[in-house]
Design a protein around this ligand. Sequence first.
Ligand code: GTP
Length: 335
Amino acid sequence: MTVVTGFLGAGKTTLIRAALAHPAAARTAVIVNEFAETGIDDVLLRTASQDVTLIGNGCICCAARSDLNRALRALYADRERGAVPPFDRVVVETSGVSEPAPVLQNFATDRTVTSAYALEGLVTVVDSVLASRTQAHAPIWSEQVALADRIVLTKADLLPPASAAATRALVGALNPQAAIADAADVREAPAFLFGAPGHERTGFACTPQPALPAGAPYVSFVLTFDAPFHWALFTRIMDALAATRGEDLLRVKGLVNVEGCAGPVVVHHVQHLAAPPEELSAWPATAGGADRRTRLVFITRGLSRQKVVALFAAHLDLVAADAARLDPDAAMRAG
Ligand SMILES: Nc1nc2c(ncn2[C@@H]2O[C@H](COP(=O)(O)OP(=O)(O)OP(=O)(O)O)[C@@H](O)[C@H]2O)c(=O)[nH]1
Protein backbone atom coordinates (compact mmCIF):
# COMPACT_ATOMS: atom_id res chain seq x y z
CA MET A 1 0.00 0.00 0.00
CA THR A 2 1.27 3.41 -0.97
CA VAL A 3 -0.41 6.39 0.66
CA VAL A 4 -0.56 9.58 -1.40
CA THR A 5 -1.28 12.72 0.57
CA GLY A 6 -1.01 16.47 -0.04
CA PHE A 7 -3.05 19.59 0.70
CA LEU A 8 -6.38 20.42 -0.99
CA GLY A 9 -5.95 20.74 -4.74
CA ALA A 10 -2.23 19.90 -4.75
CA GLY A 11 -2.69 17.54 -7.70
CA LYS A 12 -3.00 14.08 -6.10
CA THR A 13 -5.79 12.76 -8.33
CA THR A 14 -4.22 14.19 -11.49
CA LEU A 15 -0.93 12.48 -10.70
CA ILE A 16 -2.46 9.12 -9.78
CA ARG A 17 -4.68 9.21 -12.84
CA ALA A 18 -1.67 9.88 -15.11
CA ALA A 19 0.42 7.19 -13.42
CA LEU A 20 -2.35 4.61 -13.78
CA ALA A 21 -2.23 5.06 -17.55
CA HIS A 22 1.37 3.76 -17.56
CA PRO A 23 1.94 0.00 -18.18
CA ALA A 24 4.09 -0.12 -15.02
CA ALA A 25 0.93 0.67 -13.03
CA ALA A 26 -1.08 -2.35 -14.14
CA ARG A 27 -2.77 -4.31 -11.35
CA THR A 28 -3.25 -1.30 -9.10
CA ALA A 29 -6.36 -0.79 -6.97
CA VAL A 30 -7.20 2.69 -5.70
CA ILE A 31 -8.92 3.87 -2.53
CA VAL A 32 -9.79 7.54 -2.50
CA ASN A 33 -10.86 9.51 0.54
CA GLU A 34 -12.85 12.73 0.18
CA PHE A 35 -13.52 15.26 2.93
CA ALA A 36 -16.82 16.18 1.28
CA GLU A 37 -19.94 14.03 1.16
CA THR A 38 -19.98 13.85 -2.65
CA GLY A 39 -17.14 12.16 -4.52
CA ILE A 40 -15.65 13.78 -7.61
CA ASP A 41 -12.18 12.20 -7.56
CA ASP A 42 -13.57 8.66 -7.77
CA VAL A 43 -15.40 9.59 -10.99
CA LEU A 44 -12.12 10.85 -12.46
CA LEU A 45 -10.09 7.87 -11.25
CA ARG A 46 -12.63 5.42 -12.66
CA THR A 47 -11.62 6.68 -16.10
CA ALA A 48 -8.16 5.21 -15.36
CA SER A 49 -8.71 2.13 -13.14
CA GLN A 50 -11.43 -0.49 -12.90
CA ASP A 51 -10.91 -0.85 -9.21
CA VAL A 52 -11.71 2.31 -7.28
CA THR A 53 -13.24 2.53 -3.79
CA LEU A 54 -14.54 5.84 -2.42
CA ILE A 55 -14.47 6.73 1.27
CA GLY A 56 -16.47 9.95 1.40
CA ASN A 57 -17.75 12.37 3.99
CA GLY A 58 -14.86 12.73 6.41
CA CYS A 59 -11.13 12.26 6.75
CA ILE A 60 -9.60 8.84 7.24
CA CYS A 61 -7.45 10.44 9.94
CA CYS A 62 -10.41 11.37 12.15
CA ALA A 63 -14.15 11.23 11.27
CA ALA A 64 -13.77 8.24 8.94
CA ARG A 65 -10.92 6.71 10.97
CA SER A 66 -11.89 3.05 10.71
CA ASP A 67 -13.10 3.26 7.12
CA LEU A 68 -9.71 2.80 5.48
CA ASN A 69 -9.04 -0.50 7.26
CA ARG A 70 -12.60 -1.62 6.47
CA ALA A 71 -12.08 -0.73 2.79
CA LEU A 72 -8.73 -2.53 2.68
CA ARG A 73 -10.26 -5.66 4.22
CA ALA A 74 -13.21 -5.61 1.80
CA LEU A 75 -10.90 -5.12 -1.17
CA TYR A 76 -8.73 -8.05 -0.11
CA ALA A 77 -11.77 -10.29 0.39
CA ASP A 78 -13.11 -9.28 -3.03
CA ARG A 79 -9.75 -10.10 -4.59
CA GLU A 80 -9.67 -13.52 -2.91
CA ARG A 81 -13.09 -14.44 -4.28
CA GLY A 82 -12.36 -12.98 -7.72
CA ALA A 83 -14.96 -10.21 -7.43
CA VAL A 84 -12.45 -7.51 -8.47
CA PRO A 85 -9.63 -7.65 -11.02
CA PRO A 86 -6.52 -9.13 -9.35
CA PHE A 87 -4.24 -6.38 -8.01
CA ASP A 88 -0.70 -6.33 -6.63
CA ARG A 89 -0.77 -2.94 -5.01
CA VAL A 90 -3.19 -0.42 -3.64
CA VAL A 91 -2.78 3.33 -3.77
CA VAL A 92 -4.65 5.28 -1.11
CA GLU A 93 -5.37 8.95 -1.87
CA THR A 94 -6.11 10.77 1.36
CA SER A 95 -8.31 13.83 1.54
CA GLY A 96 -6.42 17.12 1.29
CA VAL A 97 -6.89 17.87 4.98
CA SER A 98 -5.90 14.44 6.31
CA GLU A 99 -3.11 14.21 8.82
CA PRO A 100 -0.88 11.38 7.68
CA ALA A 101 0.36 10.21 11.10
CA PRO A 102 -3.00 8.89 12.39
CA VAL A 103 -3.66 7.26 9.01
CA LEU A 104 -0.40 5.31 9.20
CA GLN A 105 -0.97 4.52 12.86
CA ASN A 106 -4.46 3.14 12.27
CA PHE A 107 -3.12 0.96 9.52
CA ALA A 108 -0.20 -0.32 11.60
CA THR A 109 -2.39 -1.34 14.54
CA ASP A 110 -4.85 -3.54 12.60
CA ARG A 111 -3.44 -7.07 12.48
CA THR A 112 -5.90 -8.35 9.87
CA VAL A 113 -4.98 -5.55 7.54
CA THR A 114 -1.22 -5.78 8.08
CA SER A 115 -1.30 -9.52 7.41
CA ALA A 116 -2.68 -8.75 3.94
CA TYR A 117 -0.90 -5.48 3.09
CA ALA A 118 2.52 -3.93 3.72
CA LEU A 119 2.96 -0.18 3.85
CA GLU A 120 5.31 0.69 1.00
CA GLY A 121 5.53 4.39 1.75
CA LEU A 122 4.01 7.84 2.04
CA VAL A 123 4.15 10.18 -0.94
CA THR A 124 3.28 13.85 -0.46
CA VAL A 125 2.15 15.97 -3.38
CA VAL A 126 3.03 19.67 -3.08
CA ASP A 127 1.56 22.52 -5.11
CA SER A 128 4.64 24.57 -6.12
CA VAL A 129 2.57 27.72 -6.64
CA LEU A 130 0.82 27.76 -3.25
CA ALA A 131 3.40 25.99 -1.04
CA SER A 132 4.52 28.86 1.16
CA ARG A 133 1.04 30.41 1.33
CA THR A 134 -0.50 27.10 2.40
CA GLN A 135 2.28 26.48 4.92
CA ALA A 136 1.40 29.80 6.55
CA HIS A 137 -2.29 29.04 7.13
CA ALA A 138 -2.47 25.23 7.36
CA PRO A 139 -0.19 23.41 9.82
CA ILE A 140 -1.23 20.10 8.23
CA TRP A 141 0.78 21.05 5.16
CA SER A 142 4.05 20.91 7.12
CA GLU A 143 3.13 17.58 8.69
CA GLN A 144 2.35 16.10 5.29
CA VAL A 145 5.74 17.25 3.95
CA ALA A 146 7.76 16.30 7.02
CA LEU A 147 6.49 12.70 7.15
CA ALA A 148 6.90 11.87 3.45
CA ASP A 149 9.20 9.23 2.04
CA ARG A 150 8.91 10.84 -1.37
CA ILE A 151 7.64 14.26 -2.46
CA VAL A 152 6.20 15.22 -5.83
CA LEU A 153 6.16 18.90 -6.81
CA THR A 154 3.26 19.81 -9.11
CA LYS A 155 2.47 22.93 -11.14
CA ALA A 156 6.11 23.97 -11.63
CA ASP A 157 4.95 24.59 -15.21
CA LEU A 158 3.05 27.64 -13.91
CA LEU A 159 6.12 29.24 -12.33
CA PRO A 160 9.39 30.81 -13.43
CA PRO A 161 12.28 28.37 -12.72
CA ALA A 162 13.59 30.45 -9.78
CA SER A 163 10.24 30.25 -7.95
CA ALA A 164 9.97 26.50 -8.58
CA ALA A 165 13.49 26.12 -7.16
CA ALA A 166 12.44 28.12 -4.07
CA THR A 167 9.57 25.68 -3.41
CA ARG A 168 11.95 22.76 -3.78
CA ALA A 169 14.32 24.37 -1.26
CA LEU A 170 11.46 25.05 1.19
CA VAL A 171 10.29 21.44 1.02
CA GLY A 172 13.83 20.04 1.13
CA ALA A 173 14.59 22.02 4.29
CA LEU A 174 11.50 20.58 6.03
CA ASN A 175 12.29 17.02 5.01
CA PRO A 176 15.92 16.49 3.96
CA GLN A 177 15.53 12.68 3.83
CA ALA A 178 12.76 12.54 1.26
CA ALA A 179 13.41 12.07 -2.45
CA ILE A 180 11.89 14.97 -4.40
CA ALA A 181 10.71 14.83 -8.01
CA ASP A 182 8.76 17.02 -10.42
CA ALA A 183 5.30 15.84 -11.42
CA ALA A 184 6.26 16.01 -15.11
CA ASP A 185 9.03 13.42 -14.48
CA VAL A 186 6.81 11.20 -12.32
CA ARG A 187 4.18 11.06 -15.07
CA GLU A 188 6.91 9.56 -17.32
CA ALA A 189 8.28 7.21 -14.64
CA PRO A 190 5.49 6.35 -12.18
CA ALA A 191 7.73 3.98 -10.19
CA PHE A 192 8.59 7.09 -8.15
CA LEU A 193 4.96 7.24 -7.07
CA PHE A 194 4.44 3.54 -6.43
CA GLY A 195 7.85 2.72 -4.97
CA ALA A 196 10.13 -0.24 -5.54
CA PRO A 197 8.45 -3.68 -5.67
CA GLY A 198 8.74 -5.47 -2.35
CA HIS A 199 9.92 -2.36 -0.51
CA GLU A 200 8.37 -2.00 2.94
CA ARG A 201 8.42 1.05 5.15
CA THR A 202 9.58 0.00 8.56
CA GLY A 203 7.90 2.14 11.14
CA PHE A 204 7.68 5.90 10.88
CA ALA A 205 9.04 8.63 13.06
CA CYS A 206 6.35 11.07 14.01
CA THR A 207 4.94 13.11 16.80
CA PRO A 208 1.25 12.31 16.78
CA GLN A 209 -0.64 15.54 16.33
CA PRO A 210 -4.06 16.30 17.77
CA ALA A 211 -6.89 15.91 15.27
CA LEU A 212 -8.32 19.09 13.75
CA PRO A 213 -9.65 21.14 16.66
CA ALA A 214 -13.41 21.32 17.09
CA GLY A 215 -14.74 24.23 15.11
CA ALA A 216 -11.83 23.99 12.67
CA PRO A 217 -12.21 26.61 9.99
CA TYR A 218 -12.77 24.14 7.15
CA VAL A 219 -16.34 24.14 5.87
CA SER A 220 -17.49 21.58 3.34
CA PHE A 221 -20.77 21.54 1.43
CA VAL A 222 -22.18 20.43 -1.88
CA LEU A 223 -24.45 22.39 -4.23
CA THR A 224 -26.54 20.61 -6.84
CA PHE A 225 -28.45 22.13 -9.73
CA ASP A 226 -31.01 20.39 -11.91
CA ALA A 227 -30.99 22.73 -14.91
CA PRO A 228 -27.98 22.92 -17.24
CA PHE A 229 -25.80 26.04 -17.06
CA HIS A 230 -24.80 28.38 -19.82
CA TRP A 231 -21.02 28.07 -19.61
CA ALA A 232 -20.55 31.86 -19.69
CA LEU A 233 -22.90 32.31 -16.74
CA PHE A 234 -21.20 29.58 -14.72
CA THR A 235 -17.74 31.11 -15.22
CA ARG A 236 -19.11 34.57 -14.37
CA ILE A 237 -20.38 33.29 -11.02
CA MET A 238 -17.17 31.46 -10.21
CA ASP A 239 -15.06 34.48 -11.24
CA ALA A 240 -17.11 36.68 -8.91
CA LEU A 241 -16.57 34.21 -6.09
CA ALA A 242 -12.83 33.96 -6.71
CA ALA A 243 -12.48 37.74 -6.95
CA THR A 244 -14.26 38.38 -3.65
CA ARG A 245 -13.38 35.32 -1.52
CA GLY A 246 -10.55 33.56 -3.43
CA GLU A 247 -8.36 33.21 -0.34
CA ASP A 248 -11.11 31.33 1.49
CA LEU A 249 -12.12 29.19 -1.45
CA LEU A 250 -9.66 26.44 -0.55
CA ARG A 251 -11.10 24.01 -3.06
CA VAL A 252 -13.99 23.75 -5.47
CA LYS A 253 -14.40 20.78 -7.74
CA GLY A 254 -17.34 19.41 -9.55
CA LEU A 255 -19.16 18.06 -12.53
CA VAL A 256 -21.15 20.69 -14.40
CA ASN A 257 -24.04 20.04 -16.75
CA VAL A 258 -23.31 22.56 -19.49
CA GLU A 259 -25.81 23.36 -22.23
CA GLY A 260 -24.64 21.78 -25.45
CA CYS A 261 -22.13 19.34 -23.86
CA ALA A 262 -22.83 15.60 -23.93
CA GLY A 263 -20.62 14.70 -20.95
CA PRO A 264 -20.03 16.47 -17.64
CA VAL A 265 -17.52 19.31 -17.58
CA VAL A 266 -15.03 18.84 -14.75
CA VAL A 267 -14.13 22.10 -12.99
CA HIS A 268 -11.36 22.79 -10.50
CA HIS A 269 -10.55 25.83 -8.40
CA VAL A 270 -7.72 25.94 -5.90
CA GLN A 271 -7.90 29.22 -4.01
CA HIS A 272 -7.68 31.94 -6.72
CA LEU A 273 -6.70 29.60 -9.52
CA ALA A 274 -9.21 28.06 -11.91
CA ALA A 275 -7.94 25.20 -14.06
CA PRO A 276 -8.98 24.75 -17.68
CA PRO A 277 -12.22 22.73 -17.75
CA GLU A 278 -12.22 19.15 -19.03
CA GLU A 279 -15.22 17.45 -20.63
CA LEU A 280 -15.65 13.74 -19.82
CA SER A 281 -17.11 11.53 -22.53
CA ALA A 282 -20.12 10.44 -20.44
CA TRP A 283 -21.89 11.01 -17.13
CA PRO A 284 -21.11 8.37 -14.49
CA ALA A 285 -23.74 5.64 -14.43
CA THR A 286 -25.76 5.20 -11.25
CA ALA A 287 -28.34 2.58 -10.28
CA GLY A 288 -31.16 4.78 -11.63
CA GLY A 289 -29.31 5.68 -14.87
CA ALA A 290 -26.97 8.63 -15.33
CA ASP A 291 -27.40 11.47 -12.84
CA ARG A 292 -26.84 14.60 -14.92
CA ARG A 293 -27.25 17.13 -12.17
CA THR A 294 -24.46 19.63 -11.65
CA ARG A 295 -22.70 18.93 -8.36
CA LEU A 296 -20.12 21.24 -6.90
CA VAL A 297 -18.07 20.36 -3.85
CA PHE A 298 -16.84 23.35 -1.84
CA ILE A 299 -14.20 23.27 0.87
CA THR A 300 -13.77 26.75 2.27
CA ARG A 301 -12.25 28.57 5.16
CA GLY A 302 -15.24 30.03 6.94
CA LEU A 303 -17.23 30.83 3.79
CA SER A 304 -20.72 29.48 4.42
CA ARG A 305 -22.99 27.52 2.10
CA GLN A 306 -25.62 30.22 2.58
CA LYS A 307 -23.33 32.94 1.17
CA VAL A 308 -22.37 30.90 -1.86
CA VAL A 309 -25.98 29.93 -2.53
CA ALA A 310 -26.95 33.61 -2.32
CA LEU A 311 -24.35 34.50 -4.93
CA PHE A 312 -25.55 31.77 -7.30
CA ALA A 313 -29.18 32.75 -6.69
CA ALA A 314 -28.46 36.42 -7.42
CA HIS A 315 -26.91 35.56 -10.79
CA LEU A 316 -29.59 33.02 -11.68
CA ASP A 317 -32.32 35.52 -10.74
CA LEU A 318 -30.69 38.11 -12.97
CA VAL A 319 -30.82 35.65 -15.82
CA ALA A 320 -34.45 34.78 -15.08
CA ALA A 321 -35.28 38.51 -14.98
CA ASP A 322 -33.58 39.04 -18.35
CA ALA A 323 -35.49 36.09 -19.81
CA ALA A 324 -38.76 37.52 -18.46
CA ARG A 325 -38.02 40.88 -20.09
CA LEU A 326 -37.42 39.16 -23.41
CA ASP A 327 -40.39 36.81 -23.15
CA PRO A 328 -42.91 37.94 -20.49
CA ASP A 329 -45.45 35.25 -21.53
CA ALA A 330 -42.96 32.46 -20.97
CA ALA A 331 -42.13 33.89 -17.57
CA MET A 332 -45.85 33.97 -16.69
CA ARG A 333 -46.25 30.34 -17.83
CA ALA A 334 -43.25 29.33 -15.70
CA GLY A 335 -44.77 31.14 -12.73
N1 GTP B 1 -0.69 23.41 -14.43
C1 GTP B 1 -0.79 22.33 -13.68
N2 GTP B 1 -1.97 22.01 -13.10
C2 GTP B 1 -2.03 20.91 -12.33
C3 GTP B 1 -0.91 20.06 -12.11
N3 GTP B 1 -1.30 19.05 -11.29
C4 GTP B 1 -2.61 19.27 -11.01
N4 GTP B 1 -3.06 20.37 -11.64
C5 GTP B 1 -4.41 20.96 -11.58
O1 GTP B 1 -4.73 21.28 -10.23
C6 GTP B 1 -6.12 21.08 -9.98
C7 GTP B 1 -6.30 20.16 -8.78
O2 GTP B 1 -5.81 18.89 -9.13
P1 GTP B 1 -6.30 17.54 -8.41
O3 GTP B 1 -5.47 16.44 -8.98
O4 GTP B 1 -7.77 17.40 -8.47
O5 GTP B 1 -5.87 17.84 -6.92
P2 GTP B 1 -6.12 16.94 -5.61
O6 GTP B 1 -4.92 17.09 -4.77
O7 GTP B 1 -6.52 15.57 -5.99
O8 GTP B 1 -7.36 17.71 -4.98
P3 GTP B 1 -8.24 17.30 -3.66
O9 GTP B 1 -8.46 15.82 -3.75
O10 GTP B 1 -9.50 18.08 -3.82
O11 GTP B 1 -7.45 17.72 -2.49
C8 GTP B 1 -6.70 20.51 -11.26
O12 GTP B 1 -7.27 21.55 -12.01
C9 GTP B 1 -5.49 19.96 -11.99
O13 GTP B 1 -5.65 19.97 -13.40
C10 GTP B 1 0.35 20.42 -12.73
O14 GTP B 1 1.39 19.78 -12.56
N5 GTP B 1 0.33 21.56 -13.49
